[in-house]
Design a protein around this ligand. Structure first.
Ligand SMILES: Nc1ncnc2c1ncn2[C@@H]1O[C@H](COP(=O)(O)OP(=O)(O)OP(=O)(O)O)[C@@H](O)[C@H]1O
Ligand SMILES: [Mg+2]
Length: 356
């Protein structure tokens, strides 16, 4: 999928912006506060219907407006142009793709896959397991069949079980959903495991290049005792769950443990190394997506120059150059990113929310 046209209305300081990005790399430059990140955020929003930097819609709608609007055209693998439109106010959301109303966010995310690397991405390492599950699940969702449906089933069942636990229902009533949970959990786990197994060689190659001589270990943890079925764990922990009013084991507690030379990446490496490692995790994900899923996604890379030193920046750029993806980069000065050897380059300049 490739973005060929984008019209932005009242998204942060981008009041009225229109651009026709190229199929290769698009470099967006401009001073601080000109609107570079906002532009990437708008593209991300088209795919996820949420932002990578705020959970609040009111942050995204221009302060002088009541709704934001994004109109895009995207070219799919077969060359078909698909119009996508999003209109969002405080009280309503309308999403259309190919002239049809879209009811589930998942449908637009599936059709228009976008990944972002930005200055807060290091939280993938330092933040809560939720961040790491979201990372794994982006890939699992796009690549593994039936994952979304299993996840929906699991979510429904766990909500009901938790409600029963919270209201201190009888034990056998609380256990009504255990079989369904066990079944969905196995499905979710096997897809995640399969995905992470497929990711490992891509990550290993990048680690060899960027962390030579160092051992980077990714260990996917499924969220409940590896030797027992979820059904028996749920049974064993029912008393504790009843006390807490919460189901404490299952794929909703899965995590990805990341170690560098035997030390946790959360505390054992520098912030710069964490940023580099997260960039590699995402690049591996893009590579897996293009090679295994045989599809193309869009990668947004905010502030590349500020994030990495000269050596790593050059190397990351050469990895990016070898990828058949549409890329959006931001920089304060265009000269900070050396694109001389790239063939398909589009340059944009933003100034106070206006694009040239
Ligand atoms: N809802 C909003 N309405 C209007 N302006 C907003 C809104 N949200 C943010 N802004 C402003 O938009 C401007 C652009 O912000 P953005 O983060 O996109 O800049 P940037 O070019 O990425 O800057 P930097 O180089 O510092 O990262 C900022 O001045 C910000 O205060
Ligand atoms: Mg920015």
């Amino acid at each position: 999928m490739q973005l060929t046209h984008l019209k932005i209305r009242d998204f942060r300081n981008l009041v009225d912006v229109e651009l026709e990005p190229g199929a290769g790399v698009n470099l967006i430059s401009g001073k601080n506060a000109s609107g570079k990140t906002s532009l990437l955020e708008a593209i991300y929003y088209l795919s996820h219907l949420r932002s990578f930097r705020t959970p609040y819609l009111s942050d995204l709608i221009n302060h002088d407006a009541t709704e934001l609007q994004l109109l895009a055209k995207a070219k799919d693998q077969l060359g078909n142009l698909i119009p996508i439109g999003v209109e969002r106010s405080k009280t309503s959301l309308q999403v259309r793709a190919n002239q049809k109303a879209i009811k589930r966010v998942a449908d637009i995310t599936a059709a228009f896959p976008v990944l972002a690397i930005h200055p807060d991405s290091y939280r993938l390492i330092t933040g809560s397991p939720t961040e790491r599950r979201a990372y794994i699940d982006w890939g699992v969702f796009h690549v593994e069949h039936g994952f979304f449906e299993a996840w929906q089933r699991y979510k429904k069942a766990i909500a009901q079980r938790n409600a029963a636990l919270k209201t201190r229902q009888r034990r056998d009533y609380c256990q009504l959903w255990d079989r369904e949970l066990d079944n969905a959990a196995l499905h979710i786990h096997s897809r995640r495991q399969h995905y992470m197994d497929q990711m490992q060689p891509f990550m290993a190659r990048l680690v060899d290049q960027f962390f030579p001589g160092q051992q980077v270990r990714l260990e996917y943890k499924r969220g409940w005792n590896e030797d027992l079925s979820l059904l028996s764990v749920l049974e064993q922990t029912l008393d504790r769950d009843l006390k807490r009013g919460l189901t404490q084991a299952g794929p909703h507690r899965a995590d990805l443990q990341i170690q560098v030379d035997g030390k946790s990446a959360q505390t054992g490496i520098s912030r710069g190394q964490q940023k580099l490692l997260v960039a590699l995790l995402k690049l591996a994900q893009v590579q897996q997506f293009t090679e295994v899923a045989a599809r193309h996604c869009i990668l947004l890379y905010d502030d590349l120059a500020a994030e990495l030193d000269q050596h790593n920046r050059t190397q990351v750029l050469s990895v990016l150059q070898a990828m058949p993806i549409q890329l959006f980069l931001t920089a304060i000065e265009p000269g900070q990113i050396d694109l001389q050897s790239w063939s398909d380059v589009c340059m944009f300049h933003v100034e106070q929310g206006r694009l040239s």
